[in-house]
Write a protein that binds this ligand. Structure first.
Ligand code: FAD
Length: 277
């Protein structure tokens, strides 16, 4: 059986909150193994992430653990250590440990303070502080800052050796990219599970902009699927569903044990794909 999990982000407007809170009960009914809530991305704050997790817990009950994403790039180590305790005291037991990206519109790191140099140092510190379950990010098409894929895999190995429980990949649309990445990571001695992160295409044009920032490839066949139909039309949604279902079916038939969905707080495409699992 292939199990699955869902990622959400804290809503910043009432409209986005309505979308999230109408999606969560539907997604919870699919019985995911766990759910996670992002932090820092697009300006979300600690309070926003905590509030979303609290509300999600009331809807999900005790059976579905909720993990919190945590980025270290602009938080001094002292503050982060306090934050780790606060998270543990709130009963959160799963951290998705990430570097994050430096926001352009906020205060840059304070030169008088100490920060984690790399995410493996952060994972070490989390491990040492509390027995968290720790997920980390992995990049089948290479992280944009890495010089080579091999160098990036070495960085991933350090995070795994530091105590990560699992890695979750950046989204990709060509499953072969993921299988090749699994081969390479295995050859480099990584034994930590590397879970595919899958992005349902709710809006092809916005997704393309996002993919360009992450340097995730849009295969020619995918571009062709959407250039022949109007963005956000019913036809586009139908194609997005077929593409997602095929991708998920492909992973399931290769006996990939778990799939993580970047839900974008929406339920329709993800639910249909999960039903097939
Ligand atoms: P890192 O592992 O820190 O790698 C970043 C770069 O540094 C890479 O080029 C890597 O090769 C290099 N590197 C790492 N360690 C070393 C080392 N020891 N020595 C030399 N080089 C090294 N962002 C948010 O702001 N909020 C979120 O909630 C969020 N959730 C995410 C969830 C997932 C599953 C993923 C895949 C990404 C998420 N992101 C999120 C985006 C992420 O923060 C960015 O992609 C960020 O640029 C990298 O973070 P990282 O921890 O994955 O990468």
């Amino acid at each position: 059986m292939t199990t699955f999990s869902f990622e959400f982000f804290p809503p910043k407007t009432e409209k986005l909150a309505d979308t999230l809170w109408s999606s969560v009960p539907n997604l919870v009914s699919c019985k995911p193994s766990f759910m996670t809530v992002t932090y820092g991305a697009g300006g979300s704050t600690k309070d926003g992430t905590f509030k979303t997790i609290d509300q999600m817990r009331t809807l999900a009950g005790q059976d579905i653990p909720i993990g919190m994403h945590l980025t270290h790039i602009n938080t001094p180590i002292d503050n982060m250590t306090q934050f780790m305790d606060e998270i543990w005291d709130k009963g959160i037991r799963h951290i998705v440990a990430l570097r994050g990206d430096m926001p352009h519109d906020t205060v840059q790191p304070d030169p008088s303070k100490q920060y984690f140099a790399h995410t493996d140092d952060f994972v070490h510190a989390l491990r040492a502080r509390h027995p968290f379950e720790i997920s980390v990010g992995a990049y089948p098409e290479k992280h944009p800052d890495a010089k080579t894929l091999d160098a990036d895999i070495l960085a991933l190995k350090k995070k795994c050796d530091a105590g990560a429980t699992r890695a979750i990949t950046q989204f990709f649309f060509d499953n072969d990219t993921y299988y090749r990445f699994l081969d390479k990571t295995e050859k480099s001695g990584i034994t930590t599970p590397i879970i595919p992160g899958i992005l349902p295409i709710h809006d092809f044009q916005s997704m393309k902009k996002f993919a360009a920032r992450c340097q995730a490839a849009i295969p020619t066949w995918l571009e062709k699927e959407f250039t022949s139909c109007e963005n956000n039309s019913q036809d586009a949604q139908k194609r997005a569903q077929e593409i997602l279902n095929n991708q998920v079916y492909g992973l399931k038939s290769q006996k990939i044990p778990h799939i993580h969905f970047y839900t974008l707080n929406k339920s329709q495409l993800t639910i249909d794909a999960c039903k097939r699992l």
